[in-house]
Design a binder for this molecule. Structure first.
Ligand code: F3S
Length: 681
């Protein structure tokens, strides 16, 4: 029995990256470190990480201190925001391929497409993508789950990165026949695609397939399904212990592949156990990917023409040396270069560039001559090259110059960390203290993923330490805007601004370029305002009147109420002398009662006008909150005064009853005395 192991078996780029980030974090033992869900779908690896201090949690409620690892599956914005609100330091290990799916989903939604996610509804990655579009998407795994009647004319589609290609194709075929416009993004990640293609090819060659990986790993399950589709008997195992001797009794050639979360030592122990059960060792491993090898060879032959390398120089290399290399083949996860040695060397994606890219093809192409740094010298297998570090060296020279000249550079917010945030500047991870992130208190999570100009505050090339500031440039911009504002703005002018901050005493309004004016609580409304938040929220756009400008003190006073009609201006339209209106008793004094007729409009019922009998105090007949009918005796809008009467309302009713009676008696000739009339009323 011979064994063939798929070349792509084992950790994918995203899983490797997540594990490296966690390894690094575990080296620092200053705060607890949590993983939201298992870091990878492999129980053995998870157990090992737990033993080293990574605590697995299912939700972050109630956790107020420590570091939170976001695993390669990613999470939606809600969890990110919750973590920031709970002051957790985020270690974002979301795979860039998964981030790409989230971004595409948001983009499709924004452009008005009905979003379909092809994947497993309960998978963490799908949940994160769904969350990033506020839950507004259909999630399906199979065409049978799709009701064509639910489809709109414009459909956009993304898929789980580990979805199997056949099921994705089936869903796409169904959708395109039921919609007018369909935008499809095949977001199955290239590592998955390559693994699936190789598994499919290998399973057709062998008598028996063994797929190694966690039972709850979606990509491992899909691999097993693909192998079974080719008609080959396939078993999915988590470890060597799951292998059963009788599976191998008839097999002459056994294929082994593994999911993206399976470590090499687990694959190795499975292969060793198969050997123990009758295998003759691994054969022909590299031939598994014959097409790719053939492709590499032909590219190399064709493109080596015209470039003469010195004699084999592997032995001459020194660590830190800068050399030239010729790119002979580019895959998504790596580039293969010829430096004149016996064979080609690999530069992995993470050593190719300082920029976050998804594929090596975005960085180099076959035939390019590039400069690289030797980061490990020695025997051929040990040599490690880095284009990234070579570029970094150049970048540090640029950074030193930017510090000397205070030249603005573009930074991109990466993640919120303790005391500030990390920012990518020219491919270097820099630290921006919270105090340098804006002109006032700044919501750092809003800067994650955004680009903004920064200046270099401090750098230490030897320690690769870079400190940047966004504040310095904002301050300069503000000063420029302020100078322009104080030269041109006038008291009495109206301006539209944005509410930046709300305090107990008012709101600060950005009138442009960071120039802020104060809208005091007393200037917000003609009515009584208990809290500025009754009227405004941060981020609101609002038109205000400039009431006072003090350039020396750099103080600008604003008013909102002064550009709104005063309630008394409306009183002359809404109330007339002699009219009867409903009101509410709002205050009782010894001399009478104040009755509110409309927001901001109160009138006085003098004590003599409260009842048709003598009373000593208003509270003998009235309480605050009583609804009463009042007659307007005098309306003086100029002085904002209304005199009211309650007793006149009753008297008017009596007068009306008498006059109605007299009218009725005149027409019917019937006599009735006044006492009877009033009794009947
Ligand atoms: Fe990323 Fe693909 Fe692995 S999405 S985590 S590289 S399987």
């Amino acid at each position: 029995m011979e064994i063939k192991v798929a070349r792509s078996a084992g950790f994918c780029f995203g899983v490797k990256r997540a594990l490296e980030m966690v390894d690094k974090a575990l080296e620092v033992n200053d705060s607890p470190i949590y993983s939201l869900g298992p870091l990878i779908h492999n129980p053995a690896v998870v157990q090992d990480l737990e033993a080293r201090g990574l605590q697995q949690i299912e939700q972050i409620d109630g956790i107020s201190r420590g570091r939170l690892v976001i695993r390669s599956h990613g999470v939606g914005p809600q969890i990110m925001q919750q973590a920031v609100a709970q002051h957790l330091e985020i270690i974002d290990a979301t795979c860039p391929f998964v981030k790409n799916v989230q971004e595409l989903a948001v983009m499709l939604k924004k452009e008005g497409y009905q979003l379909i996610i092809v994947g497993e509804r309960e998978h963490a990655e799908v949940k994160g993508v769904l969350d990033s579009v506020g839950g507004q998407a259909l999630v399906i795994e199979h065409p049978s789950q799709l009701d064509p009647k639910c489809l709109t004319a414009k459909v956009g589609l993304v898929s789980q990165t580990t979805q199997d290609i056949q099921s994705l194709n089936r869903v796409i075929t169904t959708i395109v026949s039921h919609t007018k416009e369909c935008r499809i993004f095949n977001t199955i990640c290239l590592a998955t695609l390559q693994r699936q293609q190789e598994a499919s090819r290998l399973s057709r060659e062998v008598d028996l397939m063994i797929v190694v990986g966690g039972k709850n790993s979606a990509n491992t399950r899909h691999l097993a399904a693909i192998c079974r589709e080719s008609g080959t008997v396939t078993y999915q195992v988590e470890s060597a212990a799951d292998l059963q001797a009788d599976w191998f009794s008839q097999a002459k050639l056994v294929g082994v592949t593994a999911g993206a979360s399976t470590p090499d030592d687990q694959i190795l122990s499975v292969v060793e156990k198969i050997n123990f059960l009758g295998g003759n060792g691994v054969v022909d491993q590299n031939n598994v990917n014959q097409n790719e090898v053939a492709e590499q060879t032909s590219v190399k032959t064709e493109e080596s023409i015209g470039y003469d390398w010195p004699e084999d120089r592997f032995g001459e290399l020194r660590q830190g040396q800068i050399i030239e290399a010729k790119v002979v083949l580019v895959r998504d996860d790596a580039a293969f270069v010829d430096i004149g040695g016996k064979s080609d060397l690999t530069i992995t994606l993470d050593e190719l560039t300082t920029e976050p890219v998804l594929s090596a093809k975005e960085v180099v192409k076959a035939g390019d001559i590039i400069k690289v740094m030797v980061i490990k010298a020695g025997d051929e297998e040990k040599i490690k090259l880095s284009k990234r570090l070579y570029e970094l060296e150049k970048v540090w020279v640029d950074l030193e110059e930017a510090l000397a000249k205070q030249t603005p550079l573009e930074g991109t917010g990466m993640e919120v960390v303790k005391g500030g945030m990390s920012v990518r500047v020219k491919g270097v991870r820099a630290f921006m203290p919270a105090s340098q992130s804006g002109l006032g208190p700044t919501n750092l999570s809003e800067l994650v993923g955004k680009s903004f100009p920064v200046t270099v505050l401090e750098l230490d090339r030897a320690k690769h330490r870079l400190l940047v500031s966004r504040r310095a440039l904002l301050q300069a911009e503000k000063e420029k805007a302020e100078a322009e504002f104080y030269n041109t703005a006038k008291e009495g002018e109206r301006k539209t601004g944005k509410v930046t901050r709300i305090t107990d005493f008012g709101a600060f309004i950005d009138l442009g370029g960071g120039v802020e004016g104060l809208l005091h609580i007393s200037e917000m409304s003609w009515l009584r305002v208990k809290s500025p938040r009754e009227i405004l929220n941060e981020g609101d756009s609002v038109e205000v009147l400039i009431t006072k400008i003090n350039p020396e003190a750099k103080r600008i006073s604003l008013s909102l109420k002064q550009i709104q009609p005063h309630p008394w201006d409306l009183a002359s339209k809404n109330f007339v002398e002699g009219g009867i209106y409903q009101g509410t008793v709002v205050k009782l004094e010894s001399f009478g009662a104040f009755v509110n007729l409309a927001p901001g409009v109160d009138g006085l019922v003098h004590i003599s006008q409260i009842a048709d009998r003598r009373i000593n105090k208003p509270d003998e007949v009235l309480n605050v909150g009583d609804q009463v009918q009042v007659k307007v005796l005098k309306l003086d809008t100029a002085n904002r005064k209304i005199s009211l009467s309650i007793k006149q309302v009753e008297a008017d009713k009596d007068d009306e009853a008498v006059s109605n009676f007299i009218k009725g008696q005149d027409s019917a000739g019937v006599s009735q005395n006044l006492g009877e009339i009033l009794k009947s009323e």
